[in-house]
Design a protein around this ligand. Structure first.
Ligand SMILES: [Zn+2]
Length: 588
């Protein structure tokens, strides 16, 4: 890593991990640690721990863990250098000279600049004779001048070279223009504009960078919508259109729509808490981002069949991250943009009414479910009932549950008590399955059965546990660390992951650095820092670290001397006798 350790230490001291995490997670004190609901997986009881003292976080539920930099990497979807920059900015520090222009960071900056320049270029094109048709289109959709500017809308001219030439005249290289996905490469090897004859919608991230574009075609050519493919600064499954505006207007609720035009029409009508996915169906990553800004999502997709299917998928994903869901249906098969436009001045008021009338997702799910069965046949009625109670079982409110149970029993002409029993049976089974899974997970964690980071642990459990004890001691007790480094060479570690951690800690210590999470996290992946955080989180504080170190070193020496099954198979009798004698001596 090109960033000097002194800088990282300063960064860390100015970005207290508890303060940083508290901006994302509601933390409560619990003993020496702070705990809260994990932002990286869905849970109802808090298993996300933050230790101010030892500068790390760890989730016992999903295994996410690390230092303050790892946290920002994960929470903001940044790479290491950008996460450091993020924290430096937060603390008002400027980055050290030599790290500023590392290859990838430099390329990303150039892509941001090229995108910004392209957005300006496209916007200007709207007001040229060529762009008139596009401007007319936007005006016909009732968009005001203010809205067009607010969203930075634009037009990409039909010539295939205008943007490329413009960017080149501003000093961008072919390579940069192609990496930004603003141009494609022809068979003959020259770049040409990716977007032509399209209304352009810039996609902007939460920090105000233009990261991509969506383009709607003006002619009949397919596809109707074309988006930027993933680039070093853009991943379509991790961004949402207009979130940079909507996040400050959410007040607990976001409206989720399908298209750019729906978002823009709703914002103009005063519903500035509206966002859209970027030409794909909703992903779990997007749902977790949404969850940061609200508790409730109103899904308002198109009324056609595709839109209704997308609604079902979105419900499943949003439920998965524990968000409240409402479903808004626009009448007459219209999409929200058309609906508002068709009602002219009353559009906003009418949409507000629809919003107030929107119901929770249970009704939507029961309705979609019902369509799959012929309820006049008794066996189909039973099947519908079996599936319907599974939906009701997910309701948190018992009053709501009761209302739906009554409706269901009336509808199917079945005793309410029988319907209720069916639901409770399902709930019991679910509870039992969850308990079983929990026990299995605990067992697997204890035996390191599925440890992906340290796959050798399962076969060297005693040694690996001692190794982890030593790593934890080193990171928590600087005095004991020196003693361990003197006594133990990395070669004595039996599992390679723990050996790598030990080597890096030793190297840091020998060059006068600290053995904390923050100082070493740059050398590990997110999953690896998660593993190190687990080591720290799962070990209690030692009362006598020196003695504990001696004990771990003794175990490790003993395990090193044990012969492997292969060695035993190849050894002669004398060697085996010698080994046994040694073992006996130790027992005395
Ligand atoms: Zn978690």
């Amino acid at each position: 890593m090109p960033i000097p350790e002194e800088f990282i230490q300063e960064l860390k001291s100015r970005n207290d991990i508890v303060d940083v995490v508290a901006a994302y997670v509601n933390l409560k004190r619990s003993g020496r640690n702070m705990v809260g609901l994990c932002p990286f997986h869905n849970e109802k009881t808090p298993s996300f721990n933050v230790s101010r003292e030892n500068e790390f976080f760890y989730c016992f539920g999903c295994g996410a863990g690390g230092d303050v930099i790892t946290f920002i990497k994960k929470a903001e979807n940044l790479d290491y250098i950008d996460a450091v920059k993020f924290l430096a900015q937060r603390a008002g520090m400027s980055m050290p000279e030599d790290s500023r222009d590392s290859g990838l960071a430099h390329l990303k900056n150039r892509i941001y600049e090229a995108n910004r320049e392209a957005a300006r270029f496209y916007h200007k094109q709207l007001y040229t004779p060529e762009g008139k048709q596009a401007l007319d289109y936007l005006r016909k959709r009732n968009l005001s001048e203010k809205t067009i500017i607010h969203f930075g809308l634009g037009y990409s001219p039909p010539s295939r070279f205008e943007l490329v030439n413009h960017l080149k005249s501003k000093g961008f290289t072919n390579q940069e223009i192609i990496q930004a996905n603003l141009a494609n490469l022809s068979k003959k090897g020259y770049p040409f504009d990716r977007f032509s004859d399209r209304v352009m919608f810039p996609i902007i991230d939460l920090r105000g960078n233009v990261i991509a574009f969506g383009g709607r075609i003006m002619s009949d050519i397919k596809p109707k919508y074309l988006n930027t493919s993933d680039t070093p600064v853009f991943n379509k499954s991790r961004n949402l259109f207009a979130l940079q505006f909507a996040k400050n207007k959410a007040k607990g609720q976001l409206i989720l729509v399908e298209g750019y035009m729906d978002v823009i029409a709703l914002h103009q009508a005063g519903f500035e808490n509206t966002v859209a996915t970027l030409g794909t169906s909703l992903t779990q990553e997007q749902a977790l981002i949404i969850k940061r800004y609200c508790d409730e999502v109103v899904i308002c997709y198109d009324a056609d069949e595709a839109g209704q299917k997308a609604t079902s998928r979105a419900i499943a994903i949003l439920r998965g991250v524990d968000l409240h869901i409402r479903v808004l249906r626009v009448p007459d098969g219209k999409d929200p943009d058309e609906y508002i436009k068709n009602h002219g001045e009353q559009g906003a008021a009418r949409f507000r009414m629809l919003l107030d009338k929107s119901s929770n997702d249970i009704q939507f799910r029961l309705d979609s479910l019902k369509k799959q069965y012929h309820l006049e046949l008794s066996d189909q009625r039973v099947e519908y009932l079996t599936e319907a109670v599974k939906v009701l079982a997910q309701l948190d409110s018992s009053i709501e549950q009761d209302v739906y149970l009554s409706e269901l029993s009336n509808e199917l002409n079945v005793e309410k008590q029988a319907v209720k029993m069916q639901m409770q049976k399902y709930q019991k089974r679910q509870f039992r399955d969850a308990r079983k899974k929990e026990q299995r997970d605990i067992y697997d964690a204890m035996t390191a059965k599925n440890d992906k980071i340290n796959s050798e642990k399962f076969y060297n459990l005693r040694a690996a546990n001692a190794e982890e004890g030593l790593i934890s001691l080193i990171m928590k007790n600087p005095d004991t660390a020196k003693q361990i480094f003197r006594q133990l060479s990395p070669g004595q570690f039996m599992t390679s992951f723990n050996r790598k951690v030990y080597e890096i800690l030793k190297k840091h210590s020998e060059s006068g650095g600290e053995c904390t999470m923050t100082c070493i996290s740059g050398e590990f992946s997110n999953e690896e820092t998660g593993s190190i955080a687990r080591i720290l989180a799962s070990r209690p504080r030692e009362n006598d670290p020196g003695r504990a170190a001696e004990e771990y070193i003794r175990i490790l020496t003993e395990e090193n001397e044990k012969m492997t099954p292969e060695q035993i198979a190849q050894a002669d009798t004398q060697t085996i006798m010698e080994q046994l004698r040694k073992l006996k001596e130790k027992k005395k």
